[in-house]
Design a protein around this ligand. Structure first.
Ligand code: ASP
Length: 328
C-alpha cells in the first residue's frame, strides 16, 4: 500500500452492482441493496489504488431514475469535486440509465477532476460477477491524472467510454456498453491507457451550469415505427412537454403523414429535434423532408433529450438549440 494514495470519493446510487440474488445462479435479483462499504470490502485491492471515501446517495434500481434525481446526483458530485482533498470521483449506478446520468453530469459539472461511472451486469453475489472488477478499474481511472479533463467517463468491462456518446447496447452481455466512436481507452489491468480524447465541449467548457437550474423542462422521445401514428406526439404535447426528440428512421426521417402534426407543434413553439433511432451517424443537414426540425447530429435520442432539455432550461432559441447539437 502506498502512503501517497490519492483520495477518491465513491458515490453509490444502487443498481445491479449493489444487487443481490437469492442464489449464485438465480436470474432474478434485487438491485441497490448492498451498501457502499460492502462494495469496497469486496475489493480490498482498492487500498493499493486510492484512499476511497464512500457515500450512499440513492439505493435504487436505475429504471427508477428521474431528471430530479439526476440533478441531485449532479449537485452532490459537484460538492465532492469542490473538496480540495478529493482527486477524483467514482459513481456506481444501475446500467439501465447510466448513460443518461453520465451525460447530464458531463454537461453540468465544472471540474477537470476525473469522474467515472461504473456498474455491473451481474449482481454482487452471482457467479463471475463483474462488479468488483468494474469498481476496481473505475477507481484506477479516477485516480489517474491521465483521466483529468476528459469529461465524464464510463468504465465497464475493461473499456473507458466518453459519456457523450456511450450507450447500453446489450441487455445481458458483460460488454454491454458501446459507442459509434469506440472507447477513449482501455485498461491494461490497473493501468488506464487512453488513445483519443473527446473533441466536443463538456464540463469546464460547457455553457451549462447547475446554478439556478432547479429542474429540467419536460422533454420526451417518440420512437418512429413503420406505420406510426401522431398519437404519441399529441399526448406528449398535451402533457406539457416543452420539446420532443423524434427518434426517426435511418437519417432521422419522418413519415409524410406526420409532417402536418410536427409542423403544427413547431408553430405552437414546441421544438422537435430529429435524432436517428439507429443511435449513430451524422445527420445530413440538407435532408429534404424536415421543414425546420432541428437535427441531433450524431447524438442518440437519449442524449439528445438531455441536451435539448438543458438548452431549453438555459433559454436557447431555435437557432441556439441547433448550435448546441454541433457544439456538444
Ligand atoms: N436494472 C438494473 C439497474 O439499472 C440494471 C443494472 O444495473 O445493470 O439498476
Amino acid at each position: 500500500m502506498s502512503a501517497d494514495r490519492p483520495r477518491i470519493a465513491l458515490l453509490a446510487t444502487g443498481g445491479t452492482i449493489a444487487g443481490a440474488a437469492a442464489s449464485r445462479t438465480a436470474t432474478g435479483y434485487q438491485a441497490g441493496v448492498i451498501g457502499p462499504q460492502a462494495l469496497l470490502a469486496a475489493v480490498p485491492e482498492l487500498a493499493d489504488v486510492a484512499d476511497v471515501q464512500a457515500e450512499q446517495l440513492f439505493a435504487i434500481d436505475s429504471k427508477n431514475m428521474s431528471d430530479a434525481l439526476m440533478l441531485q446526483l449532479a449537485r452532490r458530485a459537484s460538492e465532492l469535486l469542490a473538496e480540495s482533498g478529493v482527486a477524483g470521483l467514482v459513481i456506481t449506478h444501475g446500467t439501465d440509465t447510466l448513460e443518461e446520468s453520465a451525460y447530464l453530469l458531463h454537461l453540468l459539472l465544472k471540474s477537470a477532476k476525473p469522474v467515472v461511472f461504473t456498474g455491473a451486469m451481474r449482481p454482487g453475489n452471482a457467479l463471475s460477477t463483474d462488479g468488483p472488477a468494474n469498481l476496481y478499474q473505475a477507481a484506477c481511472v479516477a485516480a489517474s491524472p491521465a483521466a483529468a479533463g476528459l469529461g465524464v467517463l464510463v468504465v465497464m468491462n475493461g473499456a473507458i467510454w466518453s459519456a457523450r456518446d456511450v450507450g447500453k447496447q446489450d441487455a445481458a452481455a458483460l460488454h454491454a456498453f458501446g459507442s459509434p466512436h469506440g472507447p477513449l481507452g482501455r485498461l491494461a489491468g490497473s493501468s488506464p491507457r487512453f488513445y483519443r480524447a473527446p473533441s466536443r465541449a463538456h464540463t469546464l467548457h460547457s455553457q451549462f451550469s447547475l446554478q439556478r437550474l432547479h429542474a429540467l423542462p419536460p422533454v420526451g422521445i417518440v420512437s418512429a415505427w413503420a406505420g406510426m401514428s401522431a398519437a404519441p406526439y399529441e399526448a406528449l404535447a398535451a402533457s406539457g412537454a416543452r420539446g420532443i426528440v423524434h427518434a426517426g428512421f435511418g437519417a432521422a426521417t419522418v413519415p409524410d403523414h406526420l409532417l402536418p402534426t410536427l409542423r403544427s407543434l413547431r408553430a405552437r413553439g414546441l421544438p422537435i429535434v430529429r435524432a436517428s433511432r439507429t443511435g449513430a451517424g451524422p445527420l445530413p443537414c440538407t435532408s429534404d423532408l424536415q421543414e425546420g426540425g432541428l437535427l441531433a447530429d450524431d447524438q442518440n435520442p437519449l442524449q439528445a433529450r438531455l441536451l435539448l432539455a438543458l438548452g431549453l432550461a438555459h433559454g436557447a432559441d431555435t437557432a441556439g438549440l441547433q448550435e448546441l447539437f454541433m457544439r456538444y
